[in-house]
Each structure stands twice: as C-alpha cells, then as structure tokens.
Design a protein around this ligand. Structure first.
Ligand SMILES: Cc1ncc(C[n+]2csc(CCOP(=O)(O)OP(=O)(O)O)c2C)c(N)n1
Length: 193
C-alpha cells in the first residue's frame, strides 16, 4: 500500500501449509498481487505426522501453483542452493510485485519437542538425512575448495557455541514478566470490554 520496494517473507512448515489459513492467504496474495515470499520448510513431518499420511497432494509446489503463483523447489540442505534460490525468488517478487512460493526440502534431526518419543520414523531414515546435514556438507565443501582450514572451522564452531551458551545463560538469569504487564500491548483499554 505504501508503494515501497519491500517484500514480506513468511516462514512455515509443510504441516502449517495444510491449514485453511495458508490457502486463504495464498489466494488473496496472488489475486491482489502482493509482494510475498512464501518460504515453506518441508521437513516431511508435521510434528509426528508424515506428509503422505495427512495430505492427498504431497507435491507442495503443485498446491501453491493452483493459486496462480510462481513456485521454486530447492534442496534445503544445500546452503549455497538456498542462498541462490532465495535471491532469485526475492528478485522475482520485487520485479513482478507478485507472490512466489519457495519449497525448501529439509529434515529435522531431533524429536519435535522434549515430549516427542520420535517413534514415527525409522532411525535409518534419520541417519541417512544426517549425512546431508548442511553444516557438515558446507564445511566439507569450503575445506575442499581451500576456503576454510580445520583451525578456522574449530574457531567458528567455538564462537557459535559460546554465543548459544551466553544466550541460554541470559535467558535463565532473566526475571519473569510481572503479571501486571500481561495486558500492556493489548489495544483495548482495560475495563472497556
Ligand atoms: C492454528 C494451529 N493449528 C494447529 C496447531 C497444532 N500444531 C502445533 S505444531 C503442528 C504441526 C506443525 O507442522 P509443521 O508446520 O510441519 O512444523 P514442524 O512439525 O516441522 O515443526 C500443529 C498441527 C497450532 N499450533 N496452531
């Protein structure tokens, strides 16, 4: 509406794509020619439910294309391929002012949450996907082309671990929000409902 060159990127899983809200939004984004980049992380399982068990059409690009939207499918385990696909798709959204749907084919190595016993998939399937882990494969690629030494990798790895450790420590040392703040960002003034 502001006629800016900005675009909106939405991230969601293939399970979320099965919800009606996605389909209503996709229809209007295409109809009204909105600059939206839909980034669907297809990791094959909606929590513990396999795509093929819950969807009649398992080709997510076919579904998105039915709203007259351009679609791009990319190997979500390949860092370089993802970078190029996102750049290209974002350029297309900006150039056409129309939505683009990006399917990033990926996988979740761990259980969905601490309450998930992870009994709905083969251990062998998980192990096979792990060999395609993006940190592992991208590191190997950089080393093979001489852009990264083992020492540099270890330093980067330690820095990333330190950043996560600091974030966890910060969160654990934080205070709970006061109950009085619960309605702070609610539009309706207190007592008027
Ligand atoms: C509107 C809504 N419907 C249902 C749920 C319950 N729910 C939580 S996670 C989930 C599955 C999400 O699947 P996906 O988008 O593939 O994400 P992933 O399992 O890969 O994290 C569902 C149905 C919810 N949180 N919100």
């Amino acid at each position: 509406m502001r006629q800016r060159q900005a675009l909106t990127a939405c991230f969601f899983g293939e399970g979320a794509m099965a919800e009606g809200a996605f389909h209503e939004a996709a229809n209007l984004a295409a109809l009204w020619q909105l600059p939206v980049l839909y980034c669907c992380e297809n990791n094959l399982y909606a929590m513990g439910t396999a795509l093929a068990r819950s969807e009649s059409q398992t080709d997510l690009c076919v579904k998105a294309a039915s709203y007259d939207m351009a679609t791009v499918r990319v190997d979500g385990m390949d860092v370089v391929a993802v970078h190029e696909a996102v750049q290209g798709a974002a350029q297309q959204v900006r150039a056409t002012g129309r939505p683009v749907f990006l399917e990033l084919q990926t996988y979740r190595f761990r259980a969905h949450s601490m309450f998930d016993p992870d009994l709905y998939r083969d251990k062998a399937e998980v192990e096979a996907w792990k060999t395609r882990g993006p940190i592992h494969t991208f590191t190997a690629r950089l080393k093979a082309q001489g852009s990264l030494t083992e020492e540099e990798f270890l330093a980067l790895d330690a820095a990333a671990q330190a950043e996560v450790d600091a974030a966890v420590a910060f969160a654990e040392a934080g205070n709970w929000e006061p109950v009085a703040d619960l309605l702070r960002d609610v539009y309706t003034p207190q007592g008027s409902a």
